[in-house]
Design a protein around this ligand. Structure first.
Ligand code: NDP
Length: 287
């Protein structure tokens, strides 16, 4: 980083509540430094009742963009000039970028998963049969992008039937794929023709790092690619079970890094230094 006086940096950041533990600053600041960009990423606590004011401030202060985390990903749609079609389908925005004075909503979570699937696991979703555990925000983002990328069939397995049914209906009605909902009221047996199995629930998230989804692990086979969204710790017991059955695995750290890398490109127009970002995050999680 240059030692010149820092008169004016470009600003981006994240609005959330709570937000103090959000790890994104670590990878974005590492990327700005590596690329010698005079940009700053700010972690900003915004209470739900002040989101409208926060957006006025963002426009007034000429921010280049912003990330949204809990609880703002849905509410934010009201304050945008435009929403990308995939984010509109998901009904959630995690990244806002600017085009001139217009604020445009995007969702990079599912895109990050897809890029990690393609680049880290070397799996093209086109024509694949995919089972997703969960029907929350992460599952919605992942399944919409998988469907738009040509996945042949999506199975949504979820504990609460309403959320699962709604997601399957959305995919059937608004995307080219076929989707079905399976209630998760007993141990889930993975169909033998599954190509990709993804845990998109919060099971296994710190501090409950030993919890595993209720799956019959003997039904996982070596033909499957098994993915987890949990980024910390990335080597989850779920993935360890899959490795024990000879499956290829993909952890949630890659998804997190790529969703940030895609946001970095939307903001700066430059290809993100992905390796630098991954290393910075892995180091922060290890510490
Ligand atoms: P949501 O709260 O929107 O959804 C949580 C999902 O997990 C729901 O489907 C919920 O089922 C299910 N679930 C939670 N606990 C259980 C349980 N004990 N048994 C069965 N199902 C359960 O959360 P998000 O979708 O936003 O996030 C999910 C996970 O994804 C989090 O751990 C988050 O950290 C991670 N994530 C990772 C990203 C990455 O880049 N790696 C990006 C975004 C999220 P139900 O509907 O029945 O309540």
């Amino acid at each position: 980083m240059s030692q010149e006086p820092n008169y004016k940096a470009e600003l981006v950041g994240v609005f959330g509540h709570p937000v103090a533990e959000n790890p994104t600053i670590v990878m974005q600041e590492a990327a700005f430094q590596a690329m010698n960009l005079n940009w700053r990423y700010l972690t900003i606590e915004v209470y739900p009742e002040y989101l409208a004011d926060a957006f006025k401030g963002l426009r007034a202060m000429n921010f280049q963009g912003i990330n949204l985390t809990i609880p703002h990903k849905v509410e934010v749609l009201k304050y945008l000039d435009e929403v990308a079609p995939d984010a509109r389908l998901m009904g959630a925005v995690n990244t806002v970028r600017r085009e001139g004075q217009r604020l445009i909503g995007e969702n990079t979570d599912g895109k990050g998963f897809l890029r990690s699937l393609r680049e880290d696991a070397k799996v093209d979703p086109q024509g694949k049969k995919v089972v997703v555990l969960g029907a929350g925000g992460a599952a919605r983002a992942m399944t919409v992008e998988l469907a738009l990328a040509g996945a042949a069939h999506l199975t949504i397995v979820n504990r609460s039937p309403q959320r699962g049914q709604e997601l399957a209906a959305l995919l059937n009605e608004k995307t080219p794929t076929t989707a079905e909902f399976v209630p998760w009221d007993k141990t889930y047996a993975v169909p033998p023709d599954t190509d990709v199995l993804a845990n998109a629930t919060s099971i296994g998230l710190f501090p409950n790092v030993n919890d595993t989804p209720d799956v019959d692990y003997s039904t996982i086979t070596a033909r499957m690619t098994v993915c987890d969204v949990i980024p910390n710790p990335p080597n989850t017991p779920f993935l360890k079970e899959a490795v024990a059955r000879g499956a290829k695995t993909l952890d949630g750290l890659g998804m997190l890094v790529y969703q940030g890398a895609i946001g970095f490109k939307m903001w700066t127009g430059l290809d993100a230094p992905v390796a630098v970002m991954r290393e910075a995050l892995a180091k922060a999680f290890a510490g």
